[in-house]
Structures are given as C-alpha cells and as structure tokens.
Unconditional design. Structure first.
Length: 537
C-alpha cells in the first residue's frame, strides 16, 4: 500500500478518542500512546474477541489476516473496532516465515515499517536483555559479589536475527570467568514476556527485579534486583512500554505492541495495549499465537488471568487445506481436529464462531462440507475473503460475530480455568495435557525433576505453567500430526520465568534461536531508487 493512501495517524488516534497529549508521532503513520496520559472513555465496556485457530500448517492459516479483516468488517458495519496484534520479529522476516502484518488487503500498515525497525521496541528489549547479561559477567569477573555460580548462570544473550551459529557460544574466553552460554532470538527473551505482561511502569519495574538469572551453589536464586540492574533496564524500556498505534489497510485503528515467542512464552500482544483498546473501542479484536491448543490456552491461563481480562467470544480460524492435511489428505477425516479445538474452547466456558479463511484452490464442495460440519456442531460459521477483498470480504463474518456477541451478552462468560493457581506443577501440566492435547499423561525427565526440586527449594514451584512444545501437533513430536491423542508427553527441562510469572515446561526439541534456511528471504530483498523496499513477505 502506498504511504499516500494511508490516513494520518493523528486522525486514527482521533477516531479512538485518544487524548492528543498521549500521542507521540513517529512520522505521519506511526505513533506511540502514553497510557498514563490517556483516560477512559465513558460508556459501556468494550467486548473482547479472541481470534485463535486450528493447528497451523508450516505456512500458517491466516490468523492475523482474519483478525485485521474482521476489524475492518466491523467498521464497515458501523462498529467502532480496534485490533491488537503482536510485533513481528526481524529473524523470521529475513529467514523463511516472513513478516507478521497479515496479507493482501488485510494487513496493518505501514507494513514494511512494522516488519522492520518500527518504533524500536525490539531493539530496546535486545539492549535491556544484553545489558543484564553484561552486568552478570561483570559480577563474575570481579569476584562474584552476589554468590552467583558461573556454572549455574541461566541468563543467555539475545539477538533479533536467525543465527544457528550462536546457539552455543563461549564468553570471556581465556579469562577466569570463561563459560559457555547461548543466544536466543529477542522474541524468546523473558524481558519481552515481561514487557508484554506488565500493566504499568511500576509493574514493569517489579517484574524485571524478580527475574532469576542463575543460582548460588547453595541452591538460592540470584535476581536482577540483587545485581542492581533493575532500574538501568527500566531506563532502556520505559518508552517501549507505550503501545504503538498504526492502522489497517482500510484505515481501522491497530495497536501493534510486543512480540513474545509463541512457543517458549505466552505469544500475545501487550496487556497495556489491550487495555488501551478496551477503553476506546466498542469491539476489540486480538489474537493468540499458533493454534488454540498452544496459543489460546496460554492467552487464557497466562495473559488473561494475570491481567484480569476475559474474552467474550473466540473466533476459530479454519482452512480447508489445513484440515485436509490433518486428515492425511481427507477433509472428512480432518474435521475431527476442528472438533477437538472447539471442545477445548468449551472447556474454558467460551462461545465460539468458526471463520473459514478461503484460499485459492478451495472448492465450493469443500467449503460447503466445512460449513455443514460447523452447523452440525451448533457453532456459527462464516467464510472470509479479506485477503483479496479487505473489509468487504469480512462483513459476513463480522455480522455472525456481532450476533454471537449479542447472544453472549445476555449471560457473559465468567473466567473458567483448567487448574487452580495454587495447584502442584504436575497437576497443572496434566490438566492442560489431558483436556487440550488429548494426552494420557505427562512425565518429567530426570533433568526436569532436578529443575523442579531446585525451584521447590526456592519456593518457586507453584507458578502457572507455560508449555513450550511444537505447534504442529497435539503431541511433543512435530511429525505426529493434528489428530494425535492418547500419548504420554515428556518434559525435558523446566525453566523459571519469574518476572513473567510462570514456569516454562519444555517438551520435545524447542529451538529458541532459529537458523536461516538454504535460500533465506534476505537474498531477495532490494531497496529501489526511491528508497522503497521490495521482497518483504
């Protein structure tokens, strides 16, 4: 989309009723919003719609495209809508996956700017994370004043580039404090997760301070506060906490803010951005990472629970091609995958709508079969063609969503979780594994048992659980497919994310630093004579 076609961002801010004093513009089409200046809008509270999906194929099923298209469709029906999305990472952009702004005529704009440096939030997270890493190594160099055991430092370094060579590195080589560590991609940093979940500057300070960076040989954790790094990190992050305002292709307000990794973290946009949108829109559309089994569950158990939020409705994105893939080439068999995802939504007590994202190559017979299946389940359903048609291609879905919201409004859903916050770690794992994944149970490896014993000794074993596993199967094996059930899952490692407020249970092989493919997208990007960028996906 040409920049000349975009609305001035101050007009988008005015549509939301934002306090002009809260808006700091970054050129004509981007802005940061200071939530401490902005105040509430009078009237009924906005309704929150969570867009989730069936388990995606490697190329994705268009969840962001549906989120953007639905927001534009609502606006065409006269509803003041806004969309809240995660910020894309540079790593996948230059690698294989591409950007994260949607597609076709259902994108957030300016797409290239958002996919690249945007307003600098990811750079701020990278800098704050690596500042802490430098302070850790300085502490080790000058004699371990805080008792940190060099062999038990758990804080890596990060970089927002796919670089497999950095998965294992040696730092301080040849010096007394020489040790092995690793680089993760910036989206996998706990600092990113903390920034996304923080409700305010004070909350951000508190969360940063309680991050565990390693352990003493006595088994006690060492925190950021103890190292004296909290306020320096806060200095770097203070403006990154302000949500970013942009717009959709059709000019609807979009808050694109923070981008925690969908596997290793909760994978949702920021709490402050969601709350800001809820103060100013009638319907707020947001999305969770990957499929409902991985992303939706984390949205509800981690983001919503901590923030005191709860969606009014779940939109389940489904595609013919993914369900056919899950059914080993048979759509009639693959729809069982949709049944399982919708059953998980019901387990949380939430109503659902199915959005059939139409792709080129889908036949009318296949689309009609999927619609009939949704009807048999008693779940409202609509096709969406927003990629090709923008908001006009989402009006049918928007109408179905509004009808579902009106029905739900008569008896709005109360938060319902699968486990108590004070339940034992293994009970939390089992509740998610059995209800959402269809597993028989979960076992902990010897290493995970040792991790849990260490956490228990520090009183940190009762935090909520963030399950890090493949997004391509209900099992911990990415090749097991979307109908796997009855398996036993294995936790290989348990990592504390105390600042974010959960424990990470790693299942299977989870890569926190991706690598570039043989032919990375970076090779095909160009800057034209006018300064414009081409080749971004």
């Amino acid at each position: 989309m040409e920049p000349s076609s975009l609305r001035p961002i101050v007009d988008v801010a005015r549509d939301l009723g934002l306090d002009p004093g809260s808006v700091t513009t970054f050129g004509l089409h981007k802005a940061k919003i200071d939530p401490t200046v902005d105040g509430p809008r009078p009237g009924r509270p906005a309704r929150l719609v969570l867009v989730s999906a069936i388990m995606p194929t490697p190329t994705g099923e268009g969840k962001t495209t549906v989120s953007v298209g639905l927001t534009d469709g609502l606006r065409r029906l006269g509803i003041a809508g806004a969309v809240c999305l995660r910020e894309p990472s540079l790593g996948p952009l230059f690698g294989a996956k591409g950007g994260g702004t949607g597609g076709g005529r259902a994108r957030v704009e300016p797409s290239n700017d958002i996919n690249l440096h945007f307003t600098g939030d990811l750079h701020a997270v990278t800098s704050a994370h690596n500042l802490l890493a430098a302070m850790i190594d300085s502490d080790l160099h000058f004699g371990q004043a805080h008792g940190l055991d060099p062999a038990r430092v758990t804080w890596p370094r990060v970089l927002d580039v796919d670089d497999r060579a950095l998965r294992s590195v040696l730092v301080a080589a040849g010096r007394r404090a020489e040790r092995k560590t690793r680089f993760d991609i910036t989206a996998a940093s706990e600092v990113m997760a903390v920034l996304a979940l923080a409700a305010s500057l004070d909350d951000l300070r508190e969360r940063l301070g309680r991050i565990v960076v390693g352990w003493r040989d006595t088994g006690e954790p060492v925190t950021v506060d103890e190292l004296g790094a909290t306020d320096a990190m806060l200095v770097v992050l203070r403006e990154a906490l302000h949500p970013n305002l942009v717009q959709t292709h059709d000019g609807s307000p979009a808050l694109v803010h923070t981008g925690p990794f969908g596997n290793i973290a909760h994978g949702c946009s920021s709490v402050v951005g969601t709350r800001l949108a809820l103060r100013h829109a009638d319907v707020v559309v947001t999305e969770a990472g990957f499929g409902f089994d991985l992303g939706g569950e984390k949205f509800l158990h981690l983001k919503a629970r901590q923030a005191g939020l709860w969606p009014d409705l779940v939109v389940m994105v489904a595609t013919v091609r993914a369900l056919t893939s899950h059914g080993d080439g048979e759509l009639a068999r693959g729809v069982a995958h949709l049944d399982r995802q919708l059953a998980s939504v019901r387990a949380f007590g939430l109503p659902a709508v199915v959005a059939i994202n139409v792709f080129d190559g889908d036949t009318q017979a296949e689309l009609a079969m999927l619609e009939r299946h949704a009807e048999l389940l008693g779940v409202p359903c609509a096709r969406i063609t927003a990629f090709a048609d923008g908001g006009a291609g989402a009006e049918d879905l928007a109408t179905v969503v509004l009808d579902a919201l009106d029905r739900a409004g008569e008896a709005p859903a109360e938060p319902r979780y699968l486990y108590r916050e004070d339940a034992p770690f293994q009970a939390k794992l089992a509740a998610v594994a059995r209800t959402v994944y269809g597993a028989e149970g979960v076992v902990l490896s010897d290493a995970a048992c040792r991790d849990l014993d260490t956490l228990a000794g520090a009183g940190l074993d009762r935090l909520p659980v963030c399950i890090a596993k493949t997004h391509l199967s209900f099992s911990d094996d990415p090749k097991a497919g979307g109908l796997a059930e009855g398996m036993t899952l294995t936790v290989g490692e348990v990592r504390p994310a105390v600042g974010a407020g959960y424990l990470v249970a790693l299942m299977g092989r989870i890569m926190t630093m991706p690598g570039l493919p043989r032919d990375p997208a970076a090779r095909h990007m160009r800057v034209g004579p006018d300064g414009g960028v081409t080749g971004l996906r």
